[in-house]
Design a protein around this ligand. Structure first.
Ligand code: ZN
Length: 233
């Protein structure tokens, strides 16, 4: 195998590891971001629920004040009934009493519904608060794990970059610019192995004589389709 091709294989191996570690770091950072967003979302929902409970409690208080007012009015009407002179006045008074009794039972019914609603929301709040606490605990461990991973991959990148920089010094200057340019393409591939006359980088069929050529020590062969360097084992 050609000396420059051997160096390129080593460089490609370093590069693959660097790219892999970079993508692992990106994945971990995204995961951390996701967890933090989820906490913000959960906290927001909790605040919303607390506010709903506050509003509901105020509504209940208002309804209780109304109810107390109705009951007070009823008491006064009942006290007054004995002092009325005419039958007409008594009838009118009774109608008013009936009306106020309806108001009272209507208020009582709506108070029961409001209290049921409050009860359900308070249970949901307890549940949501417990959920948030356990999610925070879980995410703390998860984030620590991700940060550890980011750190480890950061070290790999820096080691592999050192290897890469040292190794590329040995590559013939005539191949260096093209090789680096290919590494910095989207696929990150500059050299591929030929398998059954297929380029390992682009998967296209190459002329079989190239396979033979690639085996010779004096040759540096490139793919007729993608232009990347080729080697055979
Ligand atoms: Zn190719």
């Amino acid at each position: 195998m050609n000396k420059d091709i051997k160096i390129m294989i080593q460089l490609q191996d370093c590069w693959n590891k660097i790219l892999y570690s970079k993508s692992e770091i990106e994945k971990s950072n995204n995961k951390i971001k996701e967890i933090k967003n989820e906490i913000v979302k959960k906290t927001g929902n909790l605040d919303k629920l607390k506010n709903e409970i506050k509003i509901l409690k105020n509504t209940i208080k208002e309804n209780e004040v109304d109810l107390a007012g109705f009951e007070n009015k009823l008491k006064k009407l009942n006290e007054r009934i004995n002092f009325l002179k005419s039958e007409r006045e008594v009838e009118a008074q009774n109608r008013e009493i009936e009306k106020i009794k309806e108001d009272i039972s209507g208020k009582e019914e709506s108070l029961i519904l409001l209290m049921d609603e409050l009860d359900a929301k308070e249970k949901l709040l307890d549940q949501s608060e417990a959920d948030l606490v356990s999610y925070r605990d879980m995410s703390k461990t998860e984030i620590e794990k991700m940060e550890l991973k980011i750190n480890e991959h950061g070290k790999i990148i820096s080691n592999k970059q050192t290897d890469f920089d040292r190794t590329i010094e040995n590559l013939s200057p005539s191949y260096k610019p093209k090789f680096l340019k290919l590494l910095n393409t989207k696929s990150g591939k500059a050299i591929g192995e030929i398998m059954n006359n297929i380029c390992g980088s682009c998967n296209f069929q190459i002329p079989s004589f190239l396979t033979q050529e690639s085996l010779k020590e004096e040759n540096v062969v490139t793919c007729t389709n993608c232009g990347r360097f080729l080697y055979s084992n």
